[in-house]
Design a protein around this ligand. Structure first.
Ligand SMILES: C[S@@+](CC[C@H](N)C(=O)[O-])C[C@H]1O[C@@H](n2cnc3c(N)ncnc32)[C@H](O)[C@@H]1O
Length: 303
């Protein structure tokens, strides 16, 4: 249970948090239209068609991903991973985005060769010498020697999964079913389920690793408060960062999901994203999301 900071609601007439000052109007439209589609003011990659990966790839999204990485660092106590690594030789980051995690892993483990892969070439050129990026579709047969993640992992090596639970929870009943942020999350979950990729839960993530033959599987979860309402100073800071992130995250996650998958009109979809963004700023709602990490170890070769 996350305890609410009583000073957050000192002035009951002033429900909203102060403006974060984050500029949300700087979408970039500079890349080749041959590789991208432009929709509702955002750039998406079109390689995959329009119903498989639903988030934009433009600069606004890249800023969001980097901010979210910092949120993850704070949420996970600065741990880039949970798996017990000592001297890793090879690290693969699938769906690396801007590559920020891969770059930090390369810095932390100079003995390792780190490869980040993504559908989009949005990674920087100046990276540590032991880090490189490749454009690759993880859903196709792998070019890393074998076909399945387990086969590509050395005996004794680890695979770690990290997922957004896509939930809007609260511990004190302050978030009702008709809360606009909750309504938004319910629609997002419906869209992901409709497209055959329901939001994962810990049991499902664990079962994937079990089925693939991994052992010593461990599961972890953290709460991401929406707004600086918690009393605990670390959670308060985390909540402030999540609120800043929410300036663009509702649109990033929601627009394509609502229009392409649920068939919603763009105006209605934007209204739903904006209502959720405003609800997130309301001090009376003590809402939080959750993140999951699950890792397993590939059995060592029997002597
Ligand atoms: C939500 S972003 C996360 C980025 C990064 N891992 C992070 O935490 O900041 C998901 C990334 O996965 C990539 N992606 C989606 N489907 C993919 C696929 N089939 N193969 C490779 N990358 C994929 C997207 O292009 C996007 O950059």
């Amino acid at each position: 249970m996350i305890e609410v900071d009583p000073t957050v609601l000192e002035n009951p007439r002033d429900d909203d948090y102060d403006s974060s000052g984050y500029d949300t109007s700087t979408a970039s439209l500079t890349s080749s239209v041959n590789q991208y589609v432009f929709e509702n003011g955002r750039r998406y990659h079109s390689y995959y068609g329009t119903d498989k990966y639903l988030m934009p790839t433009d600069e606004k999204e890249q800023d969001r991903l980097d901010l979210h990485h910092e949120i993850m660092r704070l949420a996970w106590d600065d741990k880039l991973h949970e798996a017990p690594l000592s001297e890793p030789h090879r690290i693969l980051d699938i769906g690396t985005g801007t590559g920020i995690w891969a770059i930090e892993m390369a810095d932390n483990y100079p003995m390792a060769e780190v490869t980040g892969t993504d559908l989009s070439p949005i990674q920087p050129n100046w990276v540590p010498a032991n880090c490189r990026f490749e454009v690759d579709d993880a859903m196709l047969n792998w070019t890393f020697k074998e076909v399945k993640p387990r086969s590509c992992t050395v005996p004794g090596g680890h695979v770690e999964l990290c997922e957004n639970a896509i939930t809007a929870s609260c511990d004190d009943g302050s978030v009702k079913p008709d809360n606009p942020a909750k309504v938004y999350i319910d629609h997002l979950r419906a869209a992901l389920t409709k497209m055959g990729r329901p939001p994962p839960d810990l049991e499902f993530m664990k079962s994937l690793l079990e089925k693939a033959g991994f052992e010593d599987i461990k599961v972890f979860q953290v709460k991401e408060p929406m707004g600086p309402w918690p009393k605990d100073p670390r959670l308060k800071r985390l909540g402030a960062m999540v609120l800043l992130h929410s300036d663009t995250s509702f649109e990033s996650y929601g627009m394509a999901a609502f229009t392409r998958i649920l068939g919603m009109e763009p105006d209605k979809a934007r209204e739903m994203c904006e209502a959720a963004r405003l609800a997130a700023r309301n001090k009376n709602y003590h809402m939080y999301g959750q993140y999951y990490r699950v890792y397993g170890r590939k059995p060592a070769v029997k002597q």
